[in-house]
Design a protein around this ligand. Structure first.
Ligand SMILES: Nc1nc2c(ncn2[C@@H]2O[C@H](COP(=O)(O)OP(=O)(O)OP(=O)(O)O)[C@@H](O)[C@H]2O)c(=O)[nH]1
Length: 389
């Protein structure tokens, strides 16, 4: 019996919720269970690499279905999570960290790094912009790529999420960060706190910033795109608009601001409630048992990759590829998986294997444990390493 078949025959709720991959794919759109008066909200989560987008998505779903690591570019393409509560379905669209064409070229990243965040925002009802408040550069100024995306899709409502507040020693910094990243304006209203923390001359400057940071002004004179990137890569924005954005500290059109720690349940619950309240009448797109659109194989490979990113030195995991050699359902319900890891150099192979095979054993054990809790069954994962130039 194949894994797909075994997933389809699950008929109690627990088993049904396990069917979040191939099995759930079979429950897509046409099979969505539709109670009366359903509500739907599609949320695109964007931000710089490592802001905590996948961690937040996992916390919202209550299950680890997206890979998370302390290294950048863990998420490589758009992934989808589905949260269904009562009559409301929230579709979470996790995106790769926004980056530039020159960085994509330099680090040989896939096209999805440039395209997916933009395409995802296009289809969203709400954009969540995540900022890591423990990163002192990120909280001085909104990422230029984020600003470009917000400007291009200024008709899609956006909220600002200040993440990793647990790492901030002085919580009063949060007010300053909010003022900077919103240009002192939230939901069309000027923040009062600016008057308290800034002298009058800074207040006047802030006013100027607010005036220049609204949605695109059609009558601005045309200029030259000066970053050496194509117009398409700039989201179709004109040179003068790009120059204005380069000097812009924040976005004055956020509807709301949340300050949270993506790993803290209580904080995440507040954001979840906001999503539920923001959902509009509309048909569900997925069966209520669906958690993600990733296949079990994709989930397995991204879980292994997460551990490689976590434990191997900087460039090694980025140069590796993987393939699944074996996927076998045992009659006792256990799942046997064998994954082959391909490295570019002998030296890398030694690092992956580690002293007396300890490194590869640790990666296999931890990835196997994660997969067991995702698939809700015992997973026995074996890893082997091979050099492939
Ligand atoms: N202390 C703390 N760490 C967090 C929090 N949220 C995320 N992290 C950590 O930040 C790192 C990056 O988290 P990810 O969720 O992978 O970030 P991402 O934005 O999806 O990253 P990319 O895939 O590179 O775009 C991981 O080591 C997380 O454990 C938080 O609220 N507090």
């Amino acid at each position: 019996m194949s894994y797909l078949e075994s997933l389809r025959i699950g008929d109690n709720l627990d088993q049904c919720q396990t069917l979040f991959s191939v099995g759930q794919m079979s429950l897509h759109v046409k099979d969505a269970d539709q109670p009366e008066n359903t509500k739907l909200l599609k949320v695109a989560i964007i931000g710089a690499p490592n802001a905590g987008k996948s961690t937040l998505s996992n916390s919202l779903l209550g299950r680890k279905v997206f890979a998370v690591s302390k290294k950048v570019h863990t998420t490589r393409s758009r992934t989808l999570g589905v949260l269904t509560e009562d009559d409301t379905q929230i579709i979470l669209l996790d995106t790769p960290g926004l980056t530039t064409p020159s960085k994509v070229k330099r680090h040989q990243l896939e096209k999805s790094f440039l395209e997916d965040p933009w395409n995802t925002v296009k289809e969203a009802d709400l954009v969540v912009v995540m900022v890591d408040v423990s990163d002192k550069w990120a909280c001085r100024k909104l990422d230029f790529e984020v600003l470009k995306c917000l400007t291009h899709y200024s008709d899609v409502p956006a909220v600002l999420v200040l993440n990793k507040v647990d790492l901030l020693k002085s919580k009063s910094r949060l007010l300053e960060i909010t003022a900077d990243l919103t240009c002192g304006v939230v939901n069309g209203r000027k923040l009062q706190l600016r008057r308290v923390i800034k002298p009058p001359w800074a207040e006047r400057r802030a006013d100027r910033e607010v005036r220049t940071s609204g949605p695109r002004e059609e009558n601005e004179p045309h200029g030259v795109v000066d970053s050496g990137e194509s117009s398409e890569a700039q989201g179709g924005l004109r040179g003068d608009q790009l120059r204005t954005l380069k000097n812009q500290q924040g976005w004055a059109c956020f509807k709301d601001v949340f300050m949270l720690s993506a790993v803290d349940r209580e904080d995440v619950e507040t954001l979840k409630r906001y999503f539920v309240v923001s959902a509009k009448l509309g048909s569900w797109e997925y069966h209520s048992g669906v958690l993600t659109d990733q296949t079990p194989e994709e989930l397995c490979l991204s879980t292994v990759r997460e551990k490689l990113l976590e434990y191997l030195p900087k460039e090694v995991p980025y140069t590796m590829t993987q393939s699944i050699d074996l996927w076998h359902d045992r009659e006792n319900g256990e799942l046997d998986i064998a994954v082959k890891l391909y490295v570019k150099k002998e030296g890398h192979m030694k690092m992956v294997i580690g002293q007396a095979g300890q490194m590869v054993a640790r990666i296999a054990r931890e990835a196997g444990e994660d997969l067991s809790s995702v698939f809700l069954r015992e997973v026995k994962l074996r890893l082997s390493v091979k050099v492939k130039n």
